[in-house]
Design a protein around this ligand. Sequence first.
Ligand SMILES: *[C@@H]1O[C@H](CO)[C@@H](O)[C@H](O)[C@H]1NC(C)=O
Ligand SMILES: *[C@@H]1O[C@H](CO)[C@@H](O)[C@H](O)[C@H]1NC(C)=O
Ligand SMILES: *[C@@H]1O[C@H](CO)[C@@H](O)[C@H](O)[C@H]1NC(C)=O
Ligand SMILES: *[C@@H]1O[C@H](CO)[C@@H](O)[C@H](O)[C@H]1NC(C)=O
Length: 449
Amino acid sequence: MSVAVLLFLGLGLLEAEGRRNRCFFNRTQEYCKCYNLSEETIGSIIQCLPATVVEFQGGDLEKYIAFPIGDLDSSAIETLDSLTIQKIIIGNVLVPEILLARVLRFFSYTHVQELAFESCIFQGTGNWSDMDGQNLPILSLSFHNVTSAPLTGQEQAFSSLSSWLGTLEELAVTGSRITSLPCAIGRVFRTLHSLDLAQNSLGDGSLSPAFCQGAFPQLQELSLRHNNLRSYHSTCKGVELLLELQHLDLSHNELTADPSPSCQWPASLRHFNLSSTGLDEVPTPLPPKLEVLDVSHNHLHAVDISLSSLKKLFLDQNLLQAVPSIRNYPMLDTLHLDNNSITELPRDEVKLLGRLQDVAVADNPFSCSCSGAGALQALAAAGHLGQGWPGDYRCHSPAQYQSWPVAQVPVSVLHCDPAAVVAPICVTLALLGLAGAVYVARARPCRRA
Ligand SMILES: *[C@@H]1O[C@H](CO)[C@@H](O)[C@H](O)[C@H]1NC(C)=O
Ligand SMILES: *[C@@H]1O[C@H](CO)[C@@H](O)[C@H](O)[C@H]1NC(C)=O
Ligand SMILES: *[C@@H]1O[C@H](CO)[C@@H](O)[C@H](O)[C@H]1NC(C)=O
Ligand SMILES: *[C@@H]1O[C@H](CO)[C@@H](O)[C@H](O)[C@H]1NC(C)=O
């Protein structure tokens, strides 16, 4: 019985004669992977019992829709309770919702904390009333590249599942062509900390309804990476009610830095990702208490902002010609400027850059004048240049050093500032000469006398 239940938990009853169809357990990783399980090879699932992660790949569950699933006897419950499985991954499976609705409650006897569906098709609609008031140990739920009936119109299901969903901490629905999220759904997720909606089709207009008053009241991390967002202003408006938000990822959208004087980002925002968003200027306003700002992979020509709490600033892959003034970021410890158009580190900034823990300026067209190469070598010697030194730091000018590694440009005093060495020698010689002359001059009258 318990094996049958485990089977249902994994939805692993699959048809696949003549194909690779059994489970493989990797003891080192405590990972068990099952391919196209069928009734004949179901015995091999036994070896998954000591696993922490079990993955089921492939199949079609349609023929089990009518399968009678009763309640569990006490020994089955005991077995489920003794399992150490923490995560179940279900991939490339056609899942009838009717079946899912009937087996989901069995998870309440397990310690499974994470459930992930990848490349699955959810079919039909289930009757979820068995889940009314039911809690599950699952805290993290993820769907990637799944197809299902539209979320609108599934209010009944969400209401039956609300006891459990109200305790969920992490939810990911990625790569699944989502265009909107009804307001009522967000209100079910009362304790959700992290929501990943990357690689969907959410547009500017879909945010305000999704993050309406009372939706996701405890949300701290939100990823909207790779969607159809266009307006910085509308995006700000769309998330302004998420008062606990700390991390926001807007990378890989084509944003326009339209002015948004009337919108305030949630004051709790600390990490902001605007990487690969097509920006040619830093948009305003920025969340004022940011600690991490990623504006890499854009078309920025200049950066003139100040943020008093900022610790990490990522500006790699832009068109910057100068290092931004470090004075604007008193708390900064990390600055990345790789792949820009910077020719030299300004003399008065080098000392400040030396105070940071991690500076990266690789793949810039450096001018290897004595001061230019010298500043980089000094920074590297102090151990502050991160990855890329010395290989990715090359001279662009002057002609005699073109494509030389910056690290190999001679910057000794004799080479760079001969006057500094020669002058004292000349002076010394001159003084010696003078002293000699005086001595001789003095000595002569004596001799004469
Ligand atoms: C188990 O996983 C480890 C780490 O990935 C790997 O080195 C090892 O070859 C795997 N063992 C088997 C039997 O597949
Ligand atoms: C997405 O899922 C479908 C099945 O629903 C599958 O055929 C397709 O290969 C998957 N795509 C990716 C990129 O995994
Ligand atoms: C920002 O997003 C990009 C692309 O999605 C990612 O590679 C990068 O690591 C993120 N930056 C930070 C600071 O997390
Ligand atoms: C700079 O850009 C080039 C070409 O796009 C890329 O190959 C290289 O990895 C980049 N370097 C860094 C440090 O990002």
